[in-house]
Design a protein around this ligand. Structure first.
Ligand SMILES: [Zn+2]
Length: 257
């Protein structure tokens, strides 16, 4: 990790396959995850950007598509923020790390919840609900993945990890703020404020589209536990209007003119 951190500090460096393999190796070794992940594969043709195949214990990445996505995210960033174009590689690496840690987050959840299903526990209940839906209707899942708790969580973990790693680099404070802004933006991405007074949550949107999502049960389970705001955001569960406005305000403050 230290070597990758040194490389990330170089404004001309873009993460290479070798770095990804090193990070994955360390991730597997340190956590003893061999049973869940044994390899990262860049060779096989895949449709998307990245994908964790739990049966094969492999994370597949399509490097061309990753870079394409990173550049397009960076370009959209450029049109919204006044950032110094000399720091483009930092943002490319930021998005690259986001994509990597998104897939690692899927592995982490599988390790944690795979064999601990308990219908009365909100975390394992939601995990199982997602996994079952992937099996039953993969097309629906692919089309609407942004509303699924495991995908929202993987995005949030990915962004948080990428932001944490990149905040150790020589990136100027202004550009660092833009990264933090992106992270907060991703937290609220699928929450929608309507009529200035109501927050529609991702899990409600999912329940609207799929009748086998038992919204009453989910609300009931989540109200039994004192789930912190960060975890409710990770799972697309209800947050209060005050919490929503708090994050939106924090985000707004980071907007660099
Ligand atoms: Zn995912």
């Amino acid at each position: 990790m230290i070597t990758l951190m040194n490389k990330l500090d170089d404004e001309n460096y873009i993460i290479q396959q070798r770095d990804v393999l090193d990070v994955a190796d360390a991730f597997i070794r340190e956590n003893h995850f061999d049973e869940f992940l044994k390899d990262v594969d860049f060779k096989q043709e895949i449709n998307g950007i990245g994908h964790y195949d739990a049966n094969k214990r492999v994370i597949f990445f399509n490097e061309n598509k990753i870079l394409e996505k990173c550049y397009s995210l960076y370009n959209s960033l450029l049109s919204h923020h006044d950032i110094d174009e000399n720091y483009d590689t930092y943002f490319i690496n930021f998005y690259y790390l986001f994509i990597l840690y998104h897939e690692f987050a899927h592995v982490l959840r599988k390790v944690k919840y795979e064999n601990s299903f308990n219908e009365e526990n909100i975390y394992t209940y939601l995990y199982e609900m997602c996994v079952t839906m992937i099996d039953k209707d993969r097309d629906f899942y692919t089309k609407n993945h942004q509303f699924f708790p495991i995908e929202i969580e993987a995005n949030n973990i990915g962004f948080y990890k990428a932001y944490s790693l990149m905040s150790y680099t020589k990136l100027p404070a202004k550009e660092c703020k833009v990264m933090q802004y992106q992270y907060l933006k991703s937290l609220l991405r699928n929450y929608q404020k309507v009529d200035g007074s109501k927050i529609i949550t991702p899990i409600e949107k999912l329940a609207e589209m799929k009748e086998d999502v038992d919204l009453d049960k989910i609300i009931d389970l989540s109200s039994h536990e004192n789930i912190p705001r960060s975890e409710r955001l990770n799972l697309g569960l209800p947050i209060s209007l005050k919490e929503y406005d708090g994050i939106a305000k924090e985000k707004q403050k980071l907007l660099v003119k």
